[in-house]
Design a protein around this ligand. Structure first.
Ligand code: ADP
Length: 461
């Protein structure tokens, strides 16, 4: 401001001096006044052009180009405008960056996020919401959501205004082979705006259905022997029975109690397998000793289930019963793992073969060391039977809990329906693979393949 007054006064002084110099002697005062007037007009014009330059600068891009003036009032105006514009731009950039960060975080969310304006049009959505609802994140912006997601339950939920409970609907990729279930929840915010969150609940629903089925199955499995048991108890309490009848009823009761015990034992085994960390590789199990124990158990079971017929031929390795059991010589190796788990898995495979193979059939089993390029690659425990075989469509489901191909044979022979589920868990915990090959009417072959690093030759003691 001082500069402005100073320059004006300088112009006036210069005008007065020039007027004084140029005017004749008698008109000096008038000349000075005229000079001052002229200088005032010149100063005004000069000031006006400076103002015009600033205006011109403001009209173009006040930020891209530096201010045209630095000094004087116009210089200050330009400088302040430039500074204010720079600050505003920085603030805008920062808030844009914050917005981008928030959107990137929402984009990274495993849940679908979609923003609706007050009219129900899509303002923004992340990729997950787009995939869940079958929308296009670019094309469908500003479209009414209700026109794009055509599901009666969802339309009713959107229109209800009561968003508390959410709604579950099939996802865009849903089909009968691969079901996809979405949980969708709306939340109100701002003025009439809504936030939609979508979550893939397919696995949660499947797990819930499995849990319900499991509880129903266990209850059913326990209820049957319990009903039989309580029936016998009532009979024993109310009817005067002969001694031999009493003994027969008690035998049947013991059978049912054993069945429940087997079921509870298998359930406990399964829950231990699921709830505990996998066994370390510090414990070594000698294969020959384990196989001897398995052979004894198999022979006992075979004799009970398949008593010998008078014409039964005798073989070198044969049970006392009618069924032929062939245990091949076991390699002198040790396997790293939990003894009780490995025994349970192997004995389930052997006892299944004994139980499902008819009396005149044969069950073979043993260990095979598999080499690749002359080096031990893995070891396979295999059980082969000449039983009824299993149709191909059942094989992928055999390890499901309570899945039975032959329901009555399983129950008659004391099966719980949990044996192969236990085998699968033990295999997973020991890095092994369960292989099933079967031909209907010819027999089955079950094998567990253990990796070489879990094996070592037996140490002589
Ligand atoms: P279960 O206690 O009923 O035997 P598992 O889980 O051990 O239950 O086996 C599941 C089903 O697989 C059995 O019910 C049976 O139908 C079938 N299965 C298992 N092993 C054999 C086999 N060696 N031969 C024929 N069917 C078998």
């Amino acid at each position: 401001m001082l500069l402005r007054i100073f320059s004006f006064l300088m112009f006036q002084a210069l005008g007065a001096w020039l007027g004084h110099q140029i005017a004749p002697e008698a008109l000096r005062i008038r000349g000075m006044l005229a000079g001052m007037l002229g200088a005032g007009i010149l100063w005004g014009l000069y000031d006006f052009t400076r103002g015009l330059r600033v205006l011109q600068w403001l009209r173009t891009d006040a930020l891209a180009v530096a201010p045209p003036l630095r000094l004087g009032l116009w210089g200050q105006v330009a400088e302040r405008v430039s500074r204010a514009a720079r600050m505003r731009e920085r603030a805008a950039r920062e808030s844009e960056l914050r917005l981008q960060n928030v959107l990137a975080a929402l984009q990274a969310s495993p849940n679908g996020v979609l923003l609706l304006d007050a009219a129900g049009r899509i303002e923004w959505l992340n990729q997950t919401a787009a995939a869940h609802l079958g929308l296009d994140p670019a094309r469908d912006l500003q479209q009414h959501l209700v026109n794009l997601v055509r599901n009666p339950a969802f339309t009713a939920y959107l229109a209800s205004g009561q968003y508390g409970g959410g709604v579950t609907l099939p996802g865009r990729a849903h089909n009968s082979v691969n079901p996809v279930r979405l949980s969708v929840q709306l939340h109100e915010y701002g003025e009439g705006r809504r936030l939609l969150l979508s979550r893939d609940v397919t696995l949660v629903e499947q797990a819930e259905a499995m849990r319900r089925d499991f509880v129903a199955n266990v209850s059913h499995e326990i209820r049957t022997p319990l009903t039989v048991l309580s029936g016998f108890v009532e009979t024993l309490q109310t009817l005067p029975l002969q001694e031999d009848e009493r003994a027969r009823y008690l035998d049947l009761m013991a059978q049912q109690a054993e069945r429940m015990q087997a079921l509870v034992n298998d359930l406990l085994m399964l829950s231990r397998l699921e709830g505990s960390p996998p066994p370390g590789e510090g414990e070594w199990v000698a294969l020959p000793a384990m196989m001897r124990q398995l052979q004894q158990e198999a022979q006992t079971l075979s004799v009970v289930l398949h008593p010998a017929r008078p014409d039964a031929k005798t073989r070198m390795v044969q049970a006392q019963g009618g069924q032929t059991l062939d245990f091949e010589p076991t390699p002198a190796y040790e396997l790293a793992g939990a003894n009780n788990e490995l025994h349970s898995a192997l004995s389930n495979l052997v006892s299944n073969a004994v139980r499902y193979t008819p009396t005149e059939g044969t069950v073979r089993c043993g260990w095979r060391l598999l080499e690749v390029d002359g080096r031990l690659d893995s070891a396979e425990f295999w059980v082969q039977d000449t039983g009824p075989g299993i149709a191909a469509e059942h094989i992928p489901r055999l390890t499901e809990r309570f899945y039975r191909v032959d329901r009555s044979r399983s129950r008659e022979t004391g099966g719980t329906g949990l044996g192969l589920a236990i085998v699968k868990h033990v295999a997973q915990r020991h890095g092994a693979e369960l292989k099933v090959e079967s031909t209907l009417g010819q027999g089955s072959r079950f094998a567990l393949v253990f990796p070489a690093h879990r094996l070592r030759p037996m140490v002589a003691r």
